[in-house]
Design a protein. Structure first.
Length: 104
């Protein structure tokens, strides 16, 4: 299961040195609900190698504003504390997995 990222914990996770995948979502977002089970599956698959979690846009604001998140779902990919890639909109499991593999 994916972790829960908030304004309070996300920066520390990104600076940890591990690759990080952040899924920006909301309960009311249909495409987010389609991507959510894929993110959960991959969080389990990559446990211990990649920090994969979800950031509820209705609960946070600071981190979202820092990265200009205007559409959801949006997934950000970090490596060594730096933003390396971004996906806006729905994404197939194979494509998401390929982006995660690029972080390793």
């Amino acid at each position: 299961m994916a972790k829960v990222f908030t304004d309070e914990n996300i920066r520390e996770v990104i600076q940890s040195g591990k690759p990080v995948v952040v899924d920006f979502w909301a309960e009311w977002c249909g495409p987010c609900k389609a991507v959510s089970p894929i993110v959960d599956e991959l969080a389990t698959e990559y446990e211990g190698k990649v920090e994969i979690g979800k950031y509820d846009v209705d609960e946070g604001s600071d981190f979202m504003a820092d990265y200009g998140i205007r559409n959801i779902p949006t997934i950000l990919f970090f490596k060594d504390g730096q933003l390396k890639d971004r996906n806006v909109g729905s994404i197939a499991k194979d494509a998401l997995k390929a982006k995660i593999e690029n972080l390793l």
